[in-house]
Design a protein around this ligand. Structure first.
Ligand SMILES: [Zn+2]
Length: 201
């Protein structure tokens, strides 16, 4: 899987490939512009890991859903078989008076229960999904973006933010909500504090 994290904002860029594919990339930038401040590689790595884990779990859920029916059938089969065996032994126990025989039957019943648990655990383990993630490689993309300082006022509330205009993708990147960190094209004044937040809250 490929995860793209914005080095300046630290946010995951999910639509990167959609427009990057239309761009002719060069090894060295042909523009001479000041470099925007980047967040630390450690933080970028953490953001990428969080996204990779999220995506891997989503994929695992799909597999799990697909195999759910088969696992259920297998567990039903195991349960049916051992319930029948246990019932037979219990019935024998009811009618047996002899001490030695009763002990033998009790031992057999315990063994059947243990065997059932082992078979169930075995089935669950066979259908369990294990995810292993490791970093394959890193690509550092540089692209020109215009930083637009934006000042928005609503009554006495003021918002000073920077929106980024992506020249290659030809789109304006939405400002980030200070509460949840998600980019939002709509920001509403927060009655509690002097700030603007996205409509999710
Ligand atoms: Zn928000």
């Amino acid at each position: 899987m490929e995860i793209v994290v914005d080095g300046h904002t630290g946010l995951v860029v999910s639509d990167f490939n959609a427009w990057w594919g239309k761009v002719v990339a060069v090894e060295e930038p042909f523009w001479q512009l000041p470099r925007a401040k980047n967040i630390s590689p450690g933080k970028l790595y953490q953001a990428a890991c969080r996204e990779a884990e999220k995506q891997a779990k989503e994929r695992a859920l799909v597999f799990q859903y697909q195999s759910k029916e088969r696992l259920k059938k297998e567990l039903d089969k195991v349960s049916g078989y051992y319930t029948q065996m246990s019932r037979e032994i219990k019935n024998k126990l009811k009618t047996t008076e002899e001490k030695d025989k009763r002990e033998r039957l009790a031992k057999k019943l315990a063994a059947v229960e243990a065997e059932r648990q082992r078979r169930e655990k075995d089935a669950l383990e066979r259908y369990a999904i294990e995810i292993a993630l490791h970093l394959d490689h890193i690509v550092d993309y540089s692209l020109p973006r215009l930083h637009v300082k934006l000042e928005v006022q609503h009554k006495k509330q003021l918002l000073n933010t920077t929106v980024l205009y992506n020249l290659l993708a030809h789109h304006l990147e939405a400002p980030v909500c200070p509460l949840c960190g998600h980019p939002s094209k709509c920001l509403l004044p927060d009655d509690q504090k002097n700030r603007f937040i996205c409509p999710r809250h």
